[in-house]
Design a protein. Sequence first.
Lengths: 138, 569
Amino acid sequence: MKSLRPTTATKFHIDMGWWEKQNKDIRVFMRDLLCAECKERLASQPGSPMVDMIDPETAEVTRVDALWEAIRACCSNRPGYLTPETPILDGIFRVFLANGNKPLSAQQLHERLEKRPADVILRMLTRGQVYLGIKPVE
Amino acid sequence: MSFQQKRRTQTEEYWRDEFEMHREDTEHLYEWLVEEGEPRPLDALVLKVMERRIQREELALAKGGKGAVYQPQDKFEVGQKLVFPAFDYSAGQVLAVRQGDNPRYGTFSVIKVLLEKETSAREFAAELVPDHVLKKSVAQVEEIEGVLPARQVCELYGESAGAQVEQALKENDDFVQFDGQWYLKGLLPEVTEFHLNLAEAMIDERRSPLTVGQMLDEVGLPATAKAQSRAYALGLAMSKDPRFAKTGTGEGATWFLANLIPAGVRDTPRRLEVSFRARGGEWLSRELLDLVSEVGDQADELPNTPPVSAGAVNSVTFFLSYPHRREGTVPMTARALSMVEKQPGERFMVTFVDKRTGERMSGWVMQSGGYAWGLGDWYQQHGLPVGSLIELSRGEDGQSLRVGFDEGKRRSEWVREARVVGGRLTFSMQRKAYACRYDKHLLLEEGSAEELDQLWQNPGGPSSALFDCLVDLIPELAKLSGQGLVNAKTLYSAVNLTRRSGAVPIFAELTRHACFDPVGDGNWVYDESLRKVLYTSPEEMSRRPSSHRQDLIVDRVFAYGMPSEDKKP
């Protein structure tokens, strides 16, 4: 029933497989998004520690990277995480980090970012080059 | 005292904060629409979703053996049975308990649970101290409370859930919405070009709008689908075809051919596009307020004017202004509109019936435009000038309007005739004869309409344009009177020869500028030396301290549209 061509209803997410294939470390990008407090706290923890994260709606617990958990639970709620000046594709990346990489459509991204129409967001996400691993959900 | 866990689906918090459309909800609606075989409004779909959620909760609670409802603040033990509301009331058994690992939440534990119908275990928080939405929603209430039926829950909280349901349906390609009804694309009977051509031919032949129901049999869609489904499919297809224009909503909606809709109905005629309308709060003297009522311009109706209840008004009168005469339209104020019982949409057809001859004329009402179209020939036929008094009254069938004027002995009158000279509007007095009742101050002959067209000003000019227009017009009109007077109504009539304005904006300009002075009987004079002086307070507008006139009339001013007991005589 679904058409192959992405529409404004097609869901996107950060494809972790893309990061592996590109041999890039998403944690480097995440570390840049930490607030000062989290940066200091996590600096004392070497390696890639894992922590429990509690889903705000279902209370389900998942083991997640401590960096990502800090972004979701703390840093993404700080002013300055997502501002009108944040470039649109960076903003989309930050939205996915903040929501735990739950798939969102261009329409939903438009509603969360409150800028650029959904069709423009769709064009930016599908114009060829994959940016920060943001791809349609397969 | 006994405690009963309040059902989550009985709380506002659940529908407002927790409720999210799941794939199962959408599938439930899909199956329901398949069973119904007919489109359904959003309200009905919301009710179905709410019913399902309520039933699921009841089912879970009824299965007492499945265990307690999971709440993250509780402590659990291995082997304990639980029901998880956030997972569609799935039951599960605690397999293990471990210490939680995240200083952000303080001390807490984590239970490992295998939910029914799942093959791998999930983990959930337990003994959680910080706030969590699941802790809030499962309120403890004293004693057993009555459980509201789904319909009543829907009435209370359906609005909160409705937005979620609508959004989920919009994002799902299987569903389609038209005219407030939702249906499944896959169930729509196919409407081909052949069917649409037949519909077009039917409307063209009858030359009047038809409902989908009137066309359905002859169009001949396959009878395998229910009639309502066929009507929906035909309406949906017509809405996407530019040949058709919808002239109402809901069951009373009718379809007409776009090329048969008069230009004055398809788009608001430029002479009815209001440049200056009443906003409320303009300062006007008591005399000017009375004149506003006499003129009865719909551009003086304030935006928050409440609709007049049907049956409250049997007739309205108005003086014909140049824009309405030129476009063959009548102003549809809230009072005039209340005389039409059936108003199927923003744009719909009415029948005008000549009060004297009984002649019937097709017309259209444009609600948001504030006018009805279709009297151009009638104005011409009876030689009705600008300023003539027209009466609209309720028709016998609730869908027609009787239109008439007071016919009297033809008598001759000196009348102002407009002419365009050197690109400016000028006036001269001419002898004319009319056989209708009119207001002598509003009475105008427009001379050459083509010449006036060249001076027509569309909305969008500077706010000072109205004052400049008055300053240009007053000397022209004043020269026709022995004493240099201009009646406020004459000014209103003359302004409307070149731009559309209500009476209130014009009269407000007269009131706040010191260069205009009232000298009684609605007459005003102009003093060029005071052109740049403005009165800013109501007291100044009333007393007019800069005036050089001995015959000045001091009249208290009132804010237009604002309640004031003092206004009553």
